[in-house]
Design a protein around this ligand. Structure first.
Ligand code: ADP
Ligand code: MG
Length: 261
C-alpha cells in the first residue's frame, strides 16, 4: 500500500506523483435484479491490489449494474463484495464511497461550481475536511490531471475531456483504494479520448486498483492485467488480455470480438 509501482521505464522525475493506496476486491456470487429482471447472475471476480481489470461485453449485459453494486448505488440481491477482506455490505455508504471512487460517462460535475470547487466539495462534504486544506489538496489533484490552469473554470467552459479529468481528480481526491470507471470516454469527441485514456493508463502504472468498463479494446489490451467478458449478466470469460483477445474460448466472446474489433 502506498508504494509507487514500476512506471514503464520512465525517468523517475517524470512520474513522481503522490502514491496511491491499492485495495483488493473480491466479488462473491453476486446476484442483482431490477424487479423481475435478473441482471447479474452469480458474478465472481477477484481483483488484486494495484491491478487494472477491464470489463467488456455487449450493451445490456450488466456491466454498469456490476459497478453500481460495487459502491452500492444499487443493492445486490445476494452475494457479497469484499474490499480488503471486509464486506462492503456492512459498511456505511459514506465510508464505502470514500474507499471506492467512481467516474461516470457523463462526468456528473456540478454545473454551478468551478473545477476546483467540484473537487473540494467531495472533500469538505464527504471527508469533512476544512476548506483551506481541501483547496490545497484539490489544487494538487487538478495539476496531477493537467488542469491547474483551469481550476477556476466552470464545467461549461471546459471541453468534455477536461471535464472528465476534473471528475477523475475528484475521485482521486478522496484517496480511494479502488476506482471504478464506467465508459468514461464514450461521450467524448474522438480527439479527446486519447488524453483521458492516457491519464487512466498512467494511474494504472502508479498502482491504482481500477475496474474499467470500456469499449476501447486497444486500451484493454494494453493496460489491463485482466479482462472480464460479460454477457447476459454473467462473466463468461476472464483472463489476461492476450488470452481474451487472441485465444477466446466461448462462441459468444468470439462473436463479440468479431463485431467490435
Ligand atoms: P450495460 O452497462 O452492460 O449496458 P446495464 O447494467 O446498464 O448494462 O443493464 C443491464 C440490464 O439491466 C439491461 O437489460 C437494462 O435494460 C437493465 N437496467 C439497467 N438499469 C435499470 C434500471 N434502473 N431499472 C430497470 N432495468 C434496468
Ligand atoms: Mg453501461
Amino acid at each position: 500500500v502506498g508504494e509507487l509501482k514500476d512506471t514503464a521505464g520512465k525517468p523517475r522525475h517524470e512520474v513522481a506523483r503522490p502514491a496511491v493506496k491499492a485495495g483488493s476486491l473480491e466479488v462473491r456470487d453476486l446476484d442483482m435484479a431490477y424487479g423481475e429482471l435478473q441482471v447479474l447472475r452469480k458474478i465472481r471476480l477477484k481483483v488484486e491490489p494495484g491491478t487494472v481489470t477491464c470489463v467488456i461485453g455487449p450493451s445490456g449485459s450488466g456491466k454498469s449494474t456490476l459497478l453500481r453494486c460495487l459502491n452500492r448505488l444499487v443493492e445486490p440481491k445476494a452475494g457479497d463484495v469484499l474490499l480488503d477482506g471486509e464486506s462492503i455490505l456492512a459498511m456505511k455508504p459514506e465510508t464505502l464511497r470514500r474507499r471506492i471512487g467512481m467516474v461516470f460517462q457523463h462526468f456528473n460535475l456540478f454545473p454551478n461550481h468551478t473545477a476546483i470547487e467540484n473537487v473540494m466539495l467531495a472533500l469538505t462534504k464527504i471527508k469533512g475536511m476544512a476548506g483551506s486544506k481541501a483547496r490545497r489538496l484539490a489544487e494538487a489533484r487538478l495539476s496531477e490531471v493537467g488542469l491547474a490552469a483551469r481550476a477556476e473554470y466552470r464545467p461549461s467552459r471546459l471541453s468534455g475531456g477536461q471535464q472528465q479529468r476534473v471528475a477523475i481528480a475528484r475521485a482521486l481526491a478522496m484517496d480511494p483504494e479502488v476506482i471504478l470507471f464506467d465508459e468514461v470516454t464514450s461521450a467524448l469527441d474522438p480527439e479527446l479520448v486519447k488524453g483521458v485514456l492516457n491519464l487512466m493508463a498512467d494511474l494504472g502504472r502508479r498502482g491504482m486498483t481500477m475496474i474499467v468498463v470500456t469499449h476501447e479494446m486497444a486500451f484493454a489490451r494494453k493496460v489491463a492485467d485482466q479482462v472480464a467478458f460479460m454477457d447476459e449478466g454473467r462473466i463468461v470469460e476472464v483472463g489476461p488480455p492476450a488470452e481474451i483477445f487472441d485465444r477466446p474460448k466461448s462462441p459468444r466472446l468470439k462473436q463479440f470480438l468479431a463485431e467490435v474489433l
